[in-house]
Design a protein around this ligand. Structure first.
Ligand SMILES: CC(=O)N[C@H]1[C@@H](OP(=O)(O)OP(=O)(O)OC[C@H]2O[C@@H](n3ccc(=O)[nH]c3=O)[C@H](O)[C@@H]2O)O[C@H](CO)[C@@H](O)[C@@H]1O
Ligand SMILES: C=C(OP(=O)(O)O)C(=O)O
Length: 444
């Protein structure tokens, strides 16, 4: 995330709201899981690949989705939110229709791209369909430097000519993209999304080696296939794409948010209680659920989701290393660290994906956590109890780790800069509040 911490757009969205939590109440009930932010974003971007309408079902109501809608709108994409249907609630995911029949601008300006990293990915469909794209470099963010060299390499392998000019990536093709071999030296989710979208409309065969296997990549590939793309192997390290000359409209349902699922599972593990996470699937986050079970939390797959229970017994300390899918996700590292602050004993948490994703450590310390950092390793000494305090975080998952810790801490925790949470957690207070949490938003 690249938005300045107190940037005007962030303030405009949610002001400087705070979340107040009075901890110590176990969670009991049902939490519906939303569509995945990290699947919805590339799916929305894929709408640029066709002049026909792409209808996306189960799109979460999130600040990042609104930011991307603005960016696509700037290119000329028509965006329509389908009205509510009987039985739908304020939290039922939205159905969104995107039509890129009249793209008027292939430039994605700095002011828009800097609000959200994933918007850089528009470079692929714009280049593949229109032969040109000028997209601002997204820059670094709170969790690391996050270069786009591998995304550029992938497009160059398909024949794009790319220059960096004035902070923009200027990409062109003379006679369209051509299939080629893309071998990623490290697994990149964004790189794989970009390669898939570009290769779908390239002439000939593209082979993507060391592709990301994340469920969101598979979701994008499935949607592209519905749009007429020819893709095999999504979900494995080798994806083969036979380019087609045009894609058409489709209807696709966004897959459940595995990070939201894991976050609430860890909240229950930490605060105690019995919660069913509905409309989600255990196969999306096996490694995290296995780790959770090892901590002493009961994890059961049900017909409609996953039941999480922890009653009374202590939390066992478990070591974790983040890895690309199917490994333990970096996007759950902060939440798991929060849980380990109350474990019996010492746990080691190694972050291998981003070089600077430990911003939550000093804030967890305000609640009484004992964590020592040694390079990419956090050594967490479990404590008996945490005590509420004012805290603040600089990225999305770090912020929610403080919510989880606040739910288990004694007394009141105030979480500042709520706009980070609004980027990725739909109806957070309502979902937790219905399970008994004392949580409220205080408007600035
Ligand atoms: C919107 C979205 O889906 N974001 C997710 C996506 O981010 P994103 O797609 O940006 O993350 P990547 O998988 O690309 O990054 C993985 C690693 O590769 C490095 N890298 C990446 C591209 C590149 O050109 N050069 C390079 O060195 C990154 O700095 C990082 O160290 O995957 C991450 C890893 O699962 C998640 O944490 C993010 O939540
Ligand atoms: C890091 C994340 O998002 P982004 O890649 O958009 O910064 C995230 O979803 O945790």
């Amino acid at each position: 995330m690249t938005e300045p911490e107190d940037g005007p757009r962030a303030r405009e969205r949610t002001g400087m709201d705070r979340i107040h939590i009075t901890g110590g109440t176990p969670l009991n009930g049902v939490i519906p899981i939303s569509g995945a932010k990290n699947a919805a974003l590339p799916l929305m971007i894929a709408s640029l690949l066709t002049g026909e309408t792409l209808e996306l079902v189960n799109v979460p109501r999130l600040a990042d989705i609104a930011s991307l809608s603005r960016i696509l709108g700037n290119h000329g994409v028509d965006h329509m939110v389908v009205g509510k249907r009987p039985g739908q609630t304020a939290e039922t995911g939205q159905t969104v229709r995107l039509t890129a029949s009249n793209v008027i601008d292939t430039t994605a300006p700095y002011e828009l791209v800097s609000t959200m990293r994933a918007s850089f990915w528009v470079v692929a469909p714009l280049l593949a369909r229109f032969g040109e794209a000028k997209v601002s470099l997204p820059g670094g963010c709170a969790i690391g430097t996050r270069p786009v060299d591998l995304l550029i390499m992938a497009l160059e392998k398909l024949g794009a000519q790319i220059e960096i000019d004035g902070g923009y990536v200027v990409a062109k093709t003379k006679n369209g993209l051509r299939g080629g071999e893309i071998r990623f030296p490290k697994v990149t989710v964004g790189g794989t999304h970009v390669a898939l979208m570009a290769a779908a409309l390239a002439y000939g065969t593209t082979v993507i080696e060391n592709a990301a296997r994340e469920p969101e990549v598979v979701d994008l590939a499935e949607c592209l296939i519905k749009m007429g793309a020819r893709i095999e192997g999504a979900g494995t390290p080798r994806i083969v794409v036979e380019g087609v000359s045009r894609l058409h409209g489709a209807r696709h349902e966004v897959l459940p948010d595995r990070i939201e699922t894991g976050t609430y599972a860890m909240a229950v593990a930490m605060a105690g209680g019995d919660v069913t996470l509905e409309d989600t699937r255990a196969d999306l986050l096996h490694s995290a659920l296995d780790v959770l079970a090892t901590t002493g939390t009961e994890v059961t797959s049900t017909e409609s989701g996953i039941r999480i229970r922890r009653n009374g017994a202590g939390i066992a300390a478990v070591d974790v290393t983040t890895d690309p899918f199917p490994g333990f996700p970096t996007d759950l590292q902060a939440q798991f660290m929060a849980l380990m602050t109350l474990a019996k004993g010492r746990s080691h948490i190694r972050e291998t994906i981003f070089e600077n994703r430990f911003m939550h450590v000093q804030e967890l310390a305000r609640l009484g956590a004992k964590i020592r950092l040694e390079g990419d390793l956090a050594v967490v000494e479990g404590v008996e109890r945490l005590k509420g305090a004012p805290v603040m975080a600089t990225d999305l998952r770090a912020s929610v780790s403080l919510v989880i810790a606040g739910l288990a801490a004694e007394g009141e925790t105030q979480i500042n800069r709520v706009y980070h949470l609004d980027r990725g957690f739909e109806a957070l207070e309502a979902k937790l509040g219905r399970c008994g949490a004392e949580i409220r938003r205080v408007r600035a």
